[in-house]
Ligand binder design. Structure first.
Ligand SMILES: [Mn+2]
Length: 318
């Protein structure tokens, strides 16, 4: 099945992004939305969140992002979602589905699956989709793809960045992405509340296994105290990984519904996929996320640390 045919014959398209959105999922959706706009196709970008960071206002079609599902849509394009459930709500599954992603754990849930687990960002997969199908990339699309690649590659610092990424970035800047403008409007535009929360998270830092594993956490009450959003410090595990003795970081978050999420990040060369799989989570080789139906940070931390010990992940791989 050709994805372009599916897009052309659709009357209303829903672009679905994942829960607790990051820049990759939102910017991929913005880029695809821009493409639909140029061909006058009706669409909305769905995200479960009630509030989307207004940094994304720099994109023309920011107002297409909504947490209200349209009454009718006949095609759903998922971006940066390893599974249907990543969206966080039940969507109309009677539509055709195009699944565009880069997660190793993607279960190919679409009618069409455009999945490349070697890509450091879903933005790279979307870029290739545009190029392969001779889709014109305008300034809005180029800027969005630039940011999605910049953010998911952690500023081109991840081990999985290959030299192709620089060719793509070069081409995106030629197509109108302006790194300096984007950096001023997007990267240097954080709220003060982020740093209030950052300080609390840094204070929670504990080292385990002679410092090879570090853990940090967020408590719900800190979000109230600082008025910060839960996702605004998602870059902090990468900061902790910069500590020379640390190889793995556990970032434990109390969620509003009483569940707990553990995001695990590892230095290049350490494969933590087995930990993710064991606890029913998903992700990539060096980054997995797991949800627990339990709100005790202490007991969950112990559970995960014991599993690391049992599987000898850190010791065997260093
Ligand atoms: Mn991604």
């Amino acid at each position: 099945m050709n994805p372009i045919d599916l897009i052309n014959k659709a009357k209303y398209i829903l672009i679905a992004t994942h829960e607790n959105p990051d820049t990759d999922t939102l910017c991929c959706a913005i880029a695809i939305g821009s493409m639909l706009e140029t061909q006058n196709t009706k669409y909305k970008i769905f995200n479960k969140a009630t509030k989307i960071n207004n940094k994304y206002k720099i994109f023309d079609n920011y107002n297409k992002i909504t947490n209200v599902l349209p009454n009718f849509y006949d095609l759903t394009i998922f971006v940066d979602c390893a599974s249907l459930s990543r969206v966080g709500v039940k969507l109309n599954m009677k539509t055709n589905i195009i699944n565009i992603d880069h997660h190793e754990s993607n279960d190919n849930f679409g009618l069409v699956n455009i999945v490349n687990s070697n890509a450091v960002s879903c933005g790279l997969v979307v870029y290739k989709f545009f190029i392969d199908n001779n889709i014109n990339i305008n300034k809005n699309m180029a800027g969005a793809l630039y940011l999605s690649i910049y953010d998911d590659s952690k500023a081109f610092s991840k081990y999985s960045c290959d030299d192709n990424i620089y060719d793509v970035i070069n081409s995106l800047t030629k197509l109108g992405a302006k790194p300096n403008e984007l950096s001023l409007n997007f990267l240097q535009n954080n709220k003060l509340s982020k740093y209030r929360l950052y300080a609390k998270i840094l204070n929670s830092l504990k080292l385990h296994n002679e410092g090879k594993i570090a853990s940090i956490h967020i408590k719900q009450k800190w979000l109230n105290q600082t008025q910060a959003d839960i996702g605004c410090c998602d870059d902090i595990p990468y900061e902790i990984l910069k500590i020379n003795i640390v190889f793995v970081v556990l970032f434990i978050k109390e969620l509003t519904n009483g569940d707990t999420k553990v995001s695990i990040r590892a230095k290049a060369g350490i494969d933590i996929t087995t930990i993710g799989k064991f606890f029913g989570g998903g992700g990539h080789k060096s980054s997995v996320s797991i949800k627990f139906k339990d709100s005790s940070i202490k007991s969950i931390k112990k559970l995960v640390l014991n599993k690391f010990e049992e599987l000898h992940i850190v010791y065997k791989q260093i």
